[in-house]
Design a protein around this ligand. Structure first.
Ligand SMILES: NC(=O)c1ccc[n+]([C@@H]2O[C@H](COP(=O)([O-])OP(=O)(O)OC[C@H]3O[C@@H](n4cnc5c(N)ncnc54)[C@H](OP(=O)(O)O)[C@@H]3O)[C@@H](O)[C@H]2O)c1
Length: 298
């Protein structure tokens, strides 16, 4: 199947490019701006893919509060353009969204299923929800996949806004002590495992809305502690409340996603987030060793 991937050098885009087999065309931001309807139309009519995976997004959650119109352009009108043009060429559109479409329910303790009504707290969450809705209403053959806390190797090459794992490793090597929020729950998700999940799900042709994250849950504080433990880094981490950390955007205290529907559709068993993190850190160390060997050799 011929596949076009937008946002091809972001975290997920890079892993999709590595994971998908066959005729795959990667489109970076400089190849095509998803906000430009005419460029999207020309590109898709020329390439004629059977499947388009949109990994392009505006992910700067705090900055989106200052420039909500930019977030809306990329996260809502971009997917709208893709949905209209995929429908015109009868292509499948795969669009990726976020757990931040949920979060208004402060007393929530159960992961959200796909049937529950979203209620975002931030401009970013609103823009991503609008993008989902455009895809669902304008492209008949679509998959919308919500995920959470994505980290991938491309962040080290400067992709998108970076990721929590790389930020912790950098901060942990610069500072002796860190304060990390311990009252917001998340499921860290490896972009490599998300790429594999997207491939398996889209092969089913069982179109619709899905949740996919690695298995289990944690807080950002516990996630940071696990990163330092697995990296053998000696860093003191102090748990704090989100109310003591001044961020521009409100974030959900609880927005865990239930991936049961994904597992039923694909028959796949999802790895626990700690195991996925261990795989990422092992690959990271091999990649860095290889880069340093290449530098020594040149
Ligand atoms: N990262 C997370 O923690 C997280 C959590 C939940 C859901 N998600 C969702 O998962 C998906 C993949 O995220 P990710 O972490 O892989 O993102 P990422 O690393 O930030 O990559 C986003 C990519 O989109 C490109 N892009 C931005 N604006 C564009 C435009 N107007 N036209 C074309 N390309 C554009 C960026 O290129 P430039 O950098 O060159 O602009 C970048 O390559 C997104 O839908 C995101 O919302 C992510």
């Amino acid at each position: 199947m011929k596949t076009a991937i937008t946002g091809a050098n972001g975290q997920l885009g890079t892993d999709l490019m590595q994971f998908l087999c066959g005729d795959v065309v990667g489109l970076t931001h400089s190849d095509v701006d998803i906000c430009d309807r005419e460029s999207i139309r020309r590109m898709l009519h020329e390439l004629r893919p059977q499947r388009v995976i949109n990994a392009a997004a505006y992910n700067k959650v705090d900055l989106a509060e200052q420039e909500p119109e930019v977030a809306y352009q990329v996260n809502a009108l971009g997917p709208r353009n893709l949905a209209l043009e995929c429908e015109a060429i009868n292509a499948i559109l795969v669009h990726v969204s976020t757990d931040y479409v949920f979060g208004r329910d402060d007393s929530r303790l159960m992961p959200y299923s796909e049937t529950e009504p979203p209620a975002p707290l931030s401009a970013y969450g609103v823009s991503k929800l609008a993008g989902e809705q455009f895809v669902q209403s304008l492209c008949s053959r679509h998959f919308v996949i919500r995920t959470c806390g994505v980290y991938g190797h491309a962040a080290r090459a400067g992709a998108g806004k970076g990721n929590f794992v790389e930020t912790m490793i950098r901060l942990g090597s610069e500072l002796n002590e860190l304060k990390i929020v311990n009252d917001q729950f998340c499921t860290p998700t490896s972009s490599a495992e998300l790429a594999e999940a997207i491939s398996a799900l889209t092969d089913t042709r069982d179109f619709g809305l899905y949740h996919f994250t690695n298995e289990g849950s944690t807080t950002w504080y516990d996630f940071a502690c696990e990163i330092f433990q697995q990296m053998n880094m000696d860093v003191t981490v102090e748990p704090i409340s989100a109310s003591n950390y001044s961020a521009a955007a409100r974030r959900p205290g609880f927005s865990l996603l239930d991936s049961t529907r994904f597992e039923a559709a694909t028959g796949l068993t999802i790895n626990n987030w700690r195991k996925a993190l261990a795989t990422y850190l092992k690959e990271r160390s091999s990649m860095l060793a290889m880069t340093s060997e290449q530098l020594t050799a040149s």
